[in-house]
Design a protein around this ligand. Structure first.
Ligand code: BGC
Length: 754
């Protein structure tokens, strides 16, 4: 070692020891980069690799939380992980929610060791999936899932719900949330459809950015009541060719950039601090081993400077599942060289030995390790963990306040989407005698979906006693004497259809809560989009007495209901509306809320026809060589109201623009019905001819407004040139001159780009 370097290292050692032993770290104005470099200079290779390792809570626990048992940390395993192996991050719950006090104990026992019993005292960063509220915290606020939030078409619901989630997550001592999902859902079979903001990149981008802003707040340093967000899953996860989770996707670069990249790009521009990597394989290369995507695109092109964390066990899976690595050591090499910073191992520590060996054998440079560790330390710094490793403030307001519950209720009410309402059957009157049946009628999991108190969300015993089912809320609304409940069918088997037929005779209206069993990831894989036969038969039985039938849909993804749609007078899409979902649905059914949700996806009529709204003209060619083949069950953006809106006066500030100009579009919307109501004004663009086959239309703006009867409002949209662009021949965005159209409601206006 040269003398200059020795002096530098000694100096660094001295300075690091000095400021770590004092409160200088916490209080000084020394620039973060310098602090991090000084700390890095002090770290051994083993300590650095420790920072890159993430274990799950189960790996350091001895007992699971359940209805009978209390969660317990295993102090021996914990010490091994934190002190002996320098593990820098822990994640998850052991598939159960804990109380605030329990979380404080978990965090304290981890941070006590990390900060007081290790040589450098570097705090651990804890991460969790608070994907629709911090449902791994007992009594926290649980919101509608993202698909439902997208159906509100109001980014403010997303921002507020994510802010509340951040506050409640941080209150439990956890500063990192593995959310939002930024994948664009263009394959309805995919088991994580409900976790997305739908099929359209523009809507997903707006909602995704709102989620990040809600969680992280403003600026590069995260406040004590916010958390770091994690955009996931970079990139191309949501369109597996088979529809099955974590199976190969084939996405040409043009399509990747056109449909799947925009939300991630916008997330980086919005300052998202971390990114989780797609577990799947895209174009034959598992993304965890894809340097082109993880370094070329994510870092060099998009400028992401945060932490890239692997998904669950995905480095090992490069060997065991994807088979691009002949052993685990090879898998670690591929992933680290591709650009992963942190390995969610999440049970084993073999990652550490492999990585150490790879560096010692000169197959990975230590400077590559430093790059990742620097990002991880900066991340911890920005979270304020060096100042307050415990991350919670015991005096802060308790989670689950009445205001946060109200935000969850409001979001659910704005999400519910009325898809059909023949002869204005809805709203119902409280005088009608009701039969309610179906697997969603008396089920809390059906309303919440997975990621609710447990991973799959199906353990009803762990739900708060205060949560209410549809049946309970209905009983309160109209009185038990007017409500009959017959289970009829479970998610996939018939229970007793004769009982349904008998009960139907004595009812005025029949509500069938059609539901898909909550499930996610591999456990949510299905082979057919058709609603299980048992439920189809249930709906037919419900109809036997000729009474009007209302379907309430509680689904993980759009299930095909073509056979039962025609005989159902009203259909209400409820998605997974969350902890106040039953109340919101009942309010819509009885007209206490005028429905205003709009589908954030195209609802297919056939399993084999799952084209999205922004398809190409050729995709609508039918057997008779006409153009009627695109006829989904319900279109993207569709949703009825108990009032009606009229669109008029579509105006453009110019009908000839330069391709760098902004276009101003305004339209007048009037409530011509008898009730106050909300309308989502949606603006689409159509590029008539282009060098890459243009889509029939694409969303370029939306605004949700509320109008009294006979009230009108002018809505103005500013269309940026970017909205006119598409990914061209050379895989770069271009705007081509030519004729375009603006479509708002039933109105169309032409303009030309010069
Ligand atoms: C999921 C991620 C999740 C992670 C941690 C994985 O199986 O794909 O979305 O954040 O587990 O729980």
């Amino acid at each position: 070692m040269k003398t200059g370097k020795i002096v530098y290292v000694l100096l660094c050692n001295f300075v690091v020891s000095w400021f770590l032993c004092s409160s200088v770290w916490a209080n000084s104005a020394i620039d973060m980069d310098i602090k991090v470099d000084m700390l890095l200079a002090k770290m051994t290779l083993r300590e650095k690799i420790g920072q890159m390792t993430q274990l799950t809570l189960k790996a350091i626990s001895s007992q699971k939380e359940s209805a009978q048992t209390r969660h317990q940390i295993d102090s021996v395993k914990l010490k091994q992980a934190i002190v002996d192996h320098h593990v820098g991050s822990i994640l998850n719950s052991w598939d159960a929610s804990l109380t605030l006090e329990q979380w404080h104990q978990v965090i304290s026992s981890i941070q006590d060791l990390a900060t007081k019993q290790t040589r450098l005292g570097i705090p651990v960063v804890y991460g969790i999936d608070a994907v629709h509220g911090h449902h791994f915290l007992k009594n926290a606020t649980v919101f509608p899932h993202n698909l439902a939030l997208a159906a509100t078409w109001d980014p403010e619901h997303v921002r507020i719900s994510n802010q509340i989630t951040a506050i409640e997550t941080r209150a439990s001592g956890i500063p990192w949330n593995f959310s939002p999902v930024l994948d664009v859902a263009r394959q309805p079979l995919w088991s994580r459809f409900f976790e997305t903001f739908g099929e359209d990149r523009y809507l997903v981008t707006k909602m995704g950015v709102a989620a990040i802003q809600g969680q992280q707040g403003e600026g590069r340093v995260i406040a004590g009541d916010r958390v770091a967000a994690c955009g996931k899953h970079f990139l191309g996860y949501s369109v597996p060719l088979s529809g099955k989770d974590r199976t190969p996707a084939w996405i040409p670069e043009r399509q990747m950039r056109e449909y799947f990249l925009p939300p991630f790009k916008a997330a980086i521009e919005a300052g998202v601090m971390t990114m989780m990597i797609n577990s799947g394989d895209v174009n034959g290369i598992p993304v965890h081993a894809n340097k082109h995507l993880l370094t070329g695109l994510l870092r060099d092109e998009l400028g992401f400077d945060g932490v890239a964390v692997s998904d669950w066990e995905d480095i090992i899976k490069l060997h065991t599942v994807h088979r691009v690595a002949s052993d685990e050591r090879h898998a670690v090499k591929l992933a680290i060289l591709a650009g992963i910073d942190m390995s969610m191992t999440p049970y084993t520590l073999s990652f550490q030995d492999h990585l150490q060996d790879l560096v010692q054998q000169g197959e990975i440079t230590e400077s590559r390790i430093d790059e990742s560790v620097r990002r991880i330390l900066k991340f911890k710094y920005r979270l304020g963990l060096f100042d307050n490793p415990y991350s919670f403030d015991k005096s802060a307001a308790k989670p689950g306040s009445s205001e946060s519950f109200k935000a969850s209720k409001n979001a659910a009410e704005d999400a519910i989407t009325l898809l059909k309402n023949v002869d204005n059957l809805l709203p119902l009157t409280t005088r009608s005698r009701i039969l309610i049946t179906g697997p969603g009628a008396a089920s809390l999991p059906a309303l919440h979906g997975s990621w609710s108190y447990t991973w799959q969300g199906t353990d009803e015993a762990l739900y708060p006693k205060t949560s209410q089912t549809l049946l309970q809320v209905l009983n309160k609304k109209v009185g038990e004497d007017k409500v009959q409940y017959v289970a009829g069918a479970s998610y996939s088997s018939v229970i007793d259809l004769d009982a349904v037929r008998r009960a139907a005779e004595n009812a005025d209206v029949i509500l069938v809560a059609v539901a898909e069993k909550p499930s996610v990831e591999q456990l949510g894989i299905i082979e057919d989009l058709r609603l299980p036969n048992a439920q189809i038969e249930l709906v037919k039985a419900a109809r036997s007495a000729g009474k009007p039938v209302v379907l309430i849909l509680l689904e993980n993804r759009p299930m095909i209901i073509r056979e039962i749609e025609p005989g159902s007078q009203s259909i209400v899409m409820a998605y997974h509306p969350g902890m106040f979902g039953a109340q919101a649905i009942v309010k819509v059914l009885y007209g206490d809320v005028n429905p205003s949700g709009k589908l954030p996806f195209t609802y297919p009529r056939y399993s084999g026809s799952t084209e999205t709204y922004d398809h190409k003209v050729s995709e609508s060619q039918d057997l008779a060589y006409a153009w009627t083949a695109f006829r989904p069950q319900w279109p993207f953006g569709f949703g009825l109201s108990y009032t009606r809106f009229e669109y008029s006066d579509l105006r453009l500030d110019s009908n000839e623009i330069n391709k760098d100009n902004r276009l101003l579009v305004s339209v007048t919307v009037k409530n011509i019905g008898k009730r106050r109501g909300k309308e989502v004004v949606q603006l689409y663009l159509r590029d008539l001819y282009a060098s890459i086959t243009p889509v029939v239309k694409k969303l370029a703006g939306f605004e949700k407004i509320e109008l009294d009867p006979l009230q009108s409002q002018e809505v103005t949209f500013a269309i940026d040139p970017e909205a006119l662009s598409f990914i061209g021949m050379d895989n770069k965005a271009i705007v081509e001159p030519g004729q375009f159209q603006v479509l708002v409601g039933p109105l169309v206006a032409d303009f030309w780009v010069k």
